[in-house]
Design a protein around this ligand. Structure first.
Ligand SMILES: [Zn+2]
Length: 320
């Protein structure tokens, strides 16, 4: 394995950057995605997604964490080109989603955990695997992943998903990066932390995504007390709840002393939610609409902590 010394930096698709250079971070997005779980809602056009990302940049967000894992149309070369064109830092992920995204017979079910760990570690250290690339790649730049994703099902982590939690936790512990967990409708938070801890990953290296689908302040405070980051990533999705409820949830957690554990994103993982494809609310809804309201409610210092300090801390690669 080739290796620079990435400890203390954040790995982006264009190379390691100093954590202080990230600016405001949208901690959960998808820039190129294709999955059998969302038929007809895939998006993989570079020009359109660069336009969407440019809107995000204009809204004041400087870094996007791209949480599309292995096998879902992740495209390291396009991510790098989008980053070059827009000036947005892109932190790419390796890892695996929940079962719903992999058809029966997919290699993620078949390969032993040791092989899964090797796939992830290669993506994190040497550069992302060619299995998601769109054809032969002349560019020798090793586009490294900077974070690991794993996913569980609603109310339970299946046996197959548990194997991928083990692999993700081991690869992250080995390489010093953080893990983002897809918590379906905000469930399985405690179990996810338990499984990753069993794999050697401390809870303060874990981001629990979609917790705001179950906006329960006491549950979130308990997870934050264990050290986990609460990734609220349904900003703009008012079919789930009004934005005022999300602001109230954040205020509750800040008041309970957990302002250092909150992360924000929009996770607009469908074509129909992207303005570039004629949908809405658009990936820039966080910067254009939500953050001004949050600043009004909680003040700029709290929002700076959530948008700058917390993501910089969790995304920085740690030594062992
Ligand atoms: Zn997502």
């Amino acid at each position: 394995m080739t290796s620079t010394d990435p400890i203390g930096t954040v790995e982006t698709v264009l190379g390691p950057v100093d954590p202080t250079a990230l600016g405001a971070v949208d901690a959960h997005e998808h820039l190129f995605l294709r999955t059998p779980a969302l038929p007809g809602d895939d998006f993989h056009d570079l020009d359109q997604m660069a336009a969407e990302a440019a809107d995000v940049r204009r809204s004041g967000i400087a870094t996007i964490v791209e949480l599309t894992p292995v096998g879902l149309g992740r495209d390291p070369r396009k991510l790098a080109e989008l980053s070059r064109r827009t000036g947005v830092h892109v932190v790419a992920s390796t890892g695996f989603h929940r079962d719903a995204h992999y058809p029966a017979g997919h290699w993620v079910y078949r390969e032993p955990v040791e092989t899964l760990v090797e796939v992830l570690t290669t993506d994190l250290v040497d550069g992302m695997d060619a299995r998601d690339w769109q054809g032969p790649v002349p560019d020798p730049t090793p586009y490294r992943a900077g974070v690991v994703k794993v996913g569980g099902s609603y109310q339970q982590i299946s046996a197959a998903e548990a194997r991928r939690f083990t692999a993700g936790g081991q690869a992250a512990a080995r390489t010093g990066v953080a893990v983002a967990v897809h918590c379906e409708v905000g469930t399985t938070g405690h179990e996810a932390l338990d499984r990753l801890a069993d794999a050697g990953l401390p809870s303060d290296r874990v981001m629990l995504a979609h917790l705001d689908r179950n906006p329960d302040p006491a549950l979130h405070a308990a997870l934050a007390t264990r050290g986990a980051y609460l990734l609220y990533d349904t900003v703009g999705r008012v079919k789930y709840r009004p934005e005022s409820a999300l602001i109230a949830l954040i205020a509750d957690l800040v008041a309970a002393g957990h302002g250092d554990r909150i992360l924000l994103g929009t996770d607009v993982g469908r074509r129909g939610m992207l303005r570039a494809y004629g949908g809405g609310p658009g990936m820039d809804v966080l910067g254009t609409t939500f953050l001004p309201r949050l600043v009004g409610a909680l003040g700029q210092p709290v929002v700076d902590r959530i948008m700058h300090d917390n993501p910089a801390r969790v995304l920085t690669r740690r030594g062992n």
